[in-house]
Design a binder for this molecule. Sequence first.
Ligand code: PLP
Length: 280
Amino acid sequence: AIGFINGEWIPVDQAVLPIDERGHNFGDGVYEVIRVYQGTPFKMREHLVRLEKSAEAILLTMNYSIDELEALIAEGLAKTGLQEASVYLQVTRGIAKRVHLFPDVPASTTMTIRPATDLPATVREKGVQVTLVEDERWKNCYIKSLNLLPNVVAKQKATDAGFYEAVFVRDGIVLEGSSCNVFLIKDGVLITPPANRFILHGITRATLLEIAKEIGVPMEEKEFGPDELLAADEAFLSSTSMEVLPIVEIDGKQIGAGIPGTISRDLHKNYRAKYQGIGV
Ligand code: PLP
């Protein structure tokens, strides 16, 4: 594993953050997580474009261009020699005395590159139980902001109650998990909530919609409520680290046959095919 802060490569456990870092004081920043398969970052450009959009949305000017970030990630990967890795990239409004108004200082960019931690095979094979919770987040969830308080609290409460993930519901509409998007399959149609301001526009989500088109699975981006989700034939979560993770139970109610569904498995197989061999 390796760390990076504003131009310098460091050990990940080195203490480097000044006390007046705005990411630390205000959560005033944005981030990305990129999965590296066989030494090659998957969908790197898409992630970096989203990072830049998130930064723009909070009026933050990044201190590295997308091309420079790509080069830095390559440099860090070469230093670690890691083939299967997870890149965490964070940009904040910099280091300045704690006042709310934006400081006139450069943004701060930090990164860690660590070995990827994959989900246990049994979790993938069995699928997961999730719970529906009220979405208490703000109305700009398309921004990948550092402010994850509602997300981390929802995840912890769900875990404490024996669930794998919390899925947010706002005004009767199912939106996304605390760190993933959500899909259902009904009568052969793949359905996921529209990419509006109430969800993060997942790179995995977009990739799966692309795959659905390629393999001829009809798909629809539309709003649905908890009843429609509970009545689904199949459901799954998607994210960079989860990839496609089947949901088999929601608040104790079985989904479909209570095992990962065939279309979900097929989508995941095709997702894997997209990254397998990208490094060769
Ligand atoms: N939704 C939320 C709230 C997330 O935090 C994430 C990823 O961490 C996702 C969705 C999935 O996004 P991606 O597929 O780009 O990893």
